[in-house]
Each structure stands twice: as structure tokens, then as C-alpha cells.
Design a protein around this ligand. Structure first.
Ligand code: ATP
Length: 536
């Protein structure tokens, strides 16, 4: 069932309790302002529409690179990132002029009115922002043109893709990035984050150029990088942008310094290889996106990310981080790498989409899981279905079991060649495969349209893995189902999943809610192999 994208993520509130210390700090600082609505202190530079906003944006881009002066206006009670006071300062200057002409009250009234409207709009779409002078959310895609001078080709492409209205993350992140600010965003799976960073990127690049690479998008897996490349190309249709995926072949090329490319999309490893061989020049990059940023900031990739960030040496670069999960540790790391960033959270941080009906099933044993799976297929097989297991060995085993049944099943894991992986994904996308067995290699970011059900055959190894795995269903306004099998070995972490279910409005038995909540990281118990063959 399709739903209007604005329906996504309703009824969710910012956790003020959790950030009570920060609120306290804020209250001390603001004194008499404390009764004001939190978001009424936001955007003060985007009150005028049309060209003036573009002018203001340019001004703000220039100013953001200067050393901070004065005191910044923070919203939602806490300083999230190193603050530059550019936009706040510019408002003061404008106010001086305006006061001379119209008196202080008229200007203030206009400003307050706009802030009120922004606040209402954010409330409506469950958008929570922190930072200085946050841009007014988009009301519709037409505003891309009226407020930011977007070229017709992009609006045409949005229309062709069937995107009638911006999703909440697009409403807020697009104007922030167009205003030249760094952005740090957390929005549920399937809520359109790709467009939220790709659209302003194309608008900022304006035209294809021979100046070298001007935008870089980093993705944690090659599948996701390939998908993002395709999405960017669709959006850029009708323009001559050179949008390139960093492939093995490309890394192997002798000289990448003259690569004709506007937007480069890569995994961190491949890009780092190219940098290390001194074959690629990233000093002109204006726009850097870290997609699935929490994965990129995990220990294994951190060094690679750092070398890419260092190579992107343009001081006026706009950096953005996007993910459906945003652990506090990643926020900390990002703080050291970003400048005057705006933090955007849609709904509640680190929760699953409300469109996913989540279920827990006690399977008892490994044999019980296989029985439960067969039973659920017998009751109702509603493909496409994605089944996640914890290792490639287990993926192969389960494939061996299901391949005997008369169902179209396939498997994807890291032992397959890149070409094989691409073919498996293509077949699943095209509906040739009904059931795809997978490891976490496709748990993040990969957008299969219309997956009806995700089955966690093996319990996920972390809370974030759970959110991303089940997020392969319930995308773009569609509903979906997620079933998680558990055995005794998984009991300690049941409560964590139950919490996610509760906060997304799913029913949870009270005995599960009474279980203790444990710290959950890399839970990969040794499991008996998946097989019925010996018994047959
Ligand atoms: N404004 C829109 N209206 C309708 N559909 C949209 C809109 N924007 C994006 N979509 C569609 O929503 C789907 C999910 O988008 P996308 O893959 O960008 O989600 P995501 O938030 O990045 O998810 P994940 O966290 O899993 O990576 C895609 O199929 C995309 O085409």
C-alpha cells in the first residue's frame, strides 16, 4: 500500500530528557528567552524568498570559512558543533538597516512570523534541528526553483521519477546544504536520504566542468556506491555531468589526475588506494558526502575516511553525513571533522520506520528456525522476501536447503565475484528471484523497491544492524513486515529489539519488556549448521 511521503515518521518527539544537561546549559545562556518555542530561535537569514536567499547563501558560504566571532544562536538547547557566527551576525547588520527604515518592530515581527512558520512546519514533519540559523524547510519541490534558482531539468527529473513531495529529510536537509552549511542527518531507512544530498549537490555544481572532481560521495559498500551512482545519473538526466563510480579498473588506471569527472562515488577503500598512489586530485572538491556515516566511522574504515577528508583540502568544502542510525560516538567524531554543522534528526534518532510491522518469533533451535521458515512460506509466500543470516557459510547452507523447494531463491555474500553479486541484485530487483538470502553485505542502503518481508533468520549482531536490515522493507511510504527468529542464545539482546518495536508502535509481550537491557555489540554466537539432510 502506498502512502504519501509526508506520512512518514509522524507522532515522534525529540528526547529532551536525554539531553537535559544540554538544555540546562542553554537555559543559563539564554536567560529570558527560555519561554520561547525552541525552534523560534532558528533561521533568521532565510526570511526573504527568491534571489535574496541565494545571495544570503553565498554570503554565508564565505563567512563560514572565517574565524568565529560573537555569539551564535543555538537551537534546541545545545551547541552541537563548533559554531561559526556568520549568519547570526548578518542578521544583526540587516536589522540595523531595517530598523532605520521601518523601526525595530516591523522587522522583528516578520522575523518572528517566519520562525513561527518554520517551527510549525518542522513540527508537522517531525524534523528536529540543532545549530545556528537553520534554513527554512521546503514546502514543496517548486521552492527549489523559486527560492534557490533550480534549473528546470532537475524539477523535470523529479517529476519523471514520480516524486511529488519532498520527504521530511529532503524538506530540511536540501535547504541547509544549499545554504552552504555542513549537515549531519539521521532519518529512518527508506526515507529518501539519497535525494536529500544528491539534489543540492547537482544544484551547487550547476554545470559539467573540466575543473576536475568537484563532488565525492563515500558509501560503505560497492553495491550501495553503484546504486547511488545510478540514482545521481537519473537525477542529472539532461545535463552533461560526468558521474563516475570508482571501480577496480578505474583505480588500476595509470593516471587519474585528469579523470573527466564531476561527481565521484566510491567506497573509502578504493578512493584511499587511488589517493595513496597519488593518482587522484581531490583538492577542488566542493562537496563531500559520507553516506551511512556511522558505518564509515567504524574502526575499520576510519583511517580511510580520514585520508579522503584530508585529500579534500578545499577550505570551503561542504561536508554532510547521512545515516539511519547515529550513535553518540559518531556524533563526537563528526564534531571534530565538521564546521558549523546543522544537526537534523527526523522522528526519533535510531528508530525503525513506523511502516514496518516488526515481529519476534521464538524458534527454539536451528532446526526450529528451518521449520518456522517452511511454515511461514506454506502459510503465505509474499515475495519479494529478504532473509538475513550471520555469515557467508550459513548463507550457503540455507541456500542449499531452500534451493530444493520450488521457489526461486538466490544468495548473495562476499565470496561471490563482483559481477556475480551485481547479477544477483539485478535478478532480485527484476523480480526473477523471489527470495534472496543475504549476509549483511546488502543490509545497508540498498534500495530494493517493494520488498514485502525481511526475515532475520539469524539474530542481527547489533542494534544498528537490526535497524538497517529491517529497513530493506517499508521504504518510500510502503508498508512492510520484519520477522526476527530468536533462540536461547539470543535472549540477552531481545529487549533491545523490543525497545525498537515499541518505539515504532509495534506490540511487544510484557515479559520481554521486563528483560534487562544489555550493551549489544557483535553478538555472533556459534550456531549449529542449517541442515535437515542428515535426518532425511
Ligand atoms: N520525495 C520522494 N517521494 C517519493 N519517493 C521518494 C522520494 N525521495 C526518494 N524516494 C524513493 O524512496 C526510496 C528510498 O530512498 P533512499 O534509498 O534514498 O532511502 P534512504 O533514506 O537512503 O534509505 P537507507 O537508510 O536504507 O539508505 C527510493 O526508492 C527513492 O526513489
Amino acid at each position: 500500500m502506498e502512502k504519501d511521503p509526508s506520512f512518514l515518521f509522524s507522532g515522534i518527539h525529540f528526547n529532551k530528557k536525554k539531553f537535559s544537561n544540554d538544555f540546562a546549559k542553554f537555559q543559563e545562556k539564554k536567560g529570558s528567552d527560555t519561554n520561547e518555542s525552541e525552534e523560534l530561535r532558528e533561521d533568521s537569514s532565510f526570511i526573504e524568498s527568491g534571489k535574496s536567499e541565494e545571495k544570503e547563501r553565498k554570503l554565508s558560504v564565505k563567512k563560514r570559512k572565517r574565524k568565529s566571532v560573537g555569539s551564535g544562536e543555538t537551537v534546541q538547547g545545545f551547541d552541537v558543533f563548533k559554531s561559526s557566527k556568520s549568519a547570526g551576525k548578518s542578521v544583526d547588520v540587516n536589522e540595523d538597516n531595517d530598523e532605520a527604515e521601518n523601526g525595530p518592530s516591523k522587522k522583528n515581527k516578520e522575523l518572528n512570523r517566519q520562525l513561527e512558520l518554520d517551527s510549525l512546519s518542522r513540527k508537522k514533519y517531525n524534523i528536529h534541528v540543532s545549530g545556528n540559523n537553520v534554513a527554512t524547510p521546503l514546502q514543496n519541490f517548486d521552492e527549489l526553483s523559486s527560492r534557490f534558482g533550480c534549473e528546470p531539468y532537475l524539477l523535470r527529473n523529479l517529476k519523471e521519477l514520480g516524486f511529488k513531495e519532498p520527504t521530511p529529510i529532503q524538506r530540511q536537509a536540501i535547504p541547509i546544504l544549499l545554504s552552504g552549511r555542513d549537515c549531519f542527518a539521521c532519518a529512518p531507512t527508506g526515507s529518501g536520504k539519497t535525494l536529500a544530498f544528491a539534489c543540492p549537490m547537482l544544484m551547487k555544481l550547476k554545470h559539467a566542468s573540466t575543473d576536475g572532481i568537484r563532488a565525492v560521495i563515500l558509501c560503505p559498500t560497492r553495491e550501495l556506491a553503484a546504486q547511488t551512482t545510478r540514482e545521481c545519473k537519473k537525477l542529472a538526466k539532461g545535463k552533461k555531468f560526468r558521474i563516475k563510480l570508482m571501480t577496480k579498473q578505474l583505480v588500476g588506471k595509470a593516471d587519474l589526475s585528469k579523470l573527466p569527472c564531476d561527481i565521484l562515488i566510491s567506497t573509502p577503500l578504493r578512493l584511499r588506494l587511488a589517493i595513496r598512489k597519488k593518482k587522484i586530485n581531490l583538492c577542488r572538491v566542493d562537496y563531500l558526502v559520507l553516506d551511512e556515516s556511522d558505518k564509515l566511522f567504524e574502526l575499520g574504515m576510519l583511517k580511510q575516511i580520514d585520508s579522503v577528508v584530508k585529500a579534500c583540502s578545499n577550505p570551503s568544502i561542504i561536508q554532510s553525513l547521512f545515516s539511519a542510525t547515529l550513535p553518540d560516538s559518531v556524533e563526537e567524531l563528526a564534531r571534530t571533522r565538521m564546521h558549523d554543522a546543522v544537526r537534523v534528526i527526523i522522528g526519533r534518532k535510531n528508530t525503525a520506520s513506523e511502516l514496518i510491522k516488526q515481529k519476534l518469533v521464538f524458534a527454539g533451535s536451528e532446526e526450529g528456525k528451518l521449520l518456522a521458515l517452511h511454515q511461514s512460506f506454506a502459510e503465505s509466500l509474499n515475495p519479494p522476501i529478504l532473509i538475513f543470516v550471520q555469515s557467508k557459510e550459513r548463507a550457503k547452507e540455507l541456500y542449499g536447503e531452500l534451493a530444493y523447494d520450488k521457489i526461486r531463491v538466490d544468495v548473495i555474500h562476499s565470496d561471490l565475484s563482483q559481477l556475480q553479486r551485481d547479477n544477483v541484485v539485478d535478478d532480485f530487483r527484476a523480480g526473477k528471484t523471489w527470495i534472496l538470502i543475504a549476509t549483511d553485505v546488502i543490509a545497508r542502503g540498498v534500495d530494493f523497491k517493494g520488498v514485502n518481508c525481511v526475515i532475520n533468520y539469524d539474530f542481527p549482531d547489533s542494534y544498528n544492524a537490526y535497524i538497517h536490515r529491517i529497513g530493506r522493507t517499508g521504504r518510500a511510504g510502503r508498508t512492510g513486515e520484519a520477522i526476527t527468529f530468536y533462540t536461547e542464545a539470543d535472549l540477552p539482546f531481545l529487549r533491545n529489539i523490543a525497545n525498537s518495536m515499541k518505539s515504532s508502535g509495534c506490540e511487544v509481550p510484557s515479559w520481554i519488556m521486563a528483560l534487562p537491557k544489555l550493551k549489544w555489540k557483535k553478538h555472533r554466537p556459534r550456531r549449529d549448521s542449517i541442515s535437515t539432510q542428515s535426518k532425511d
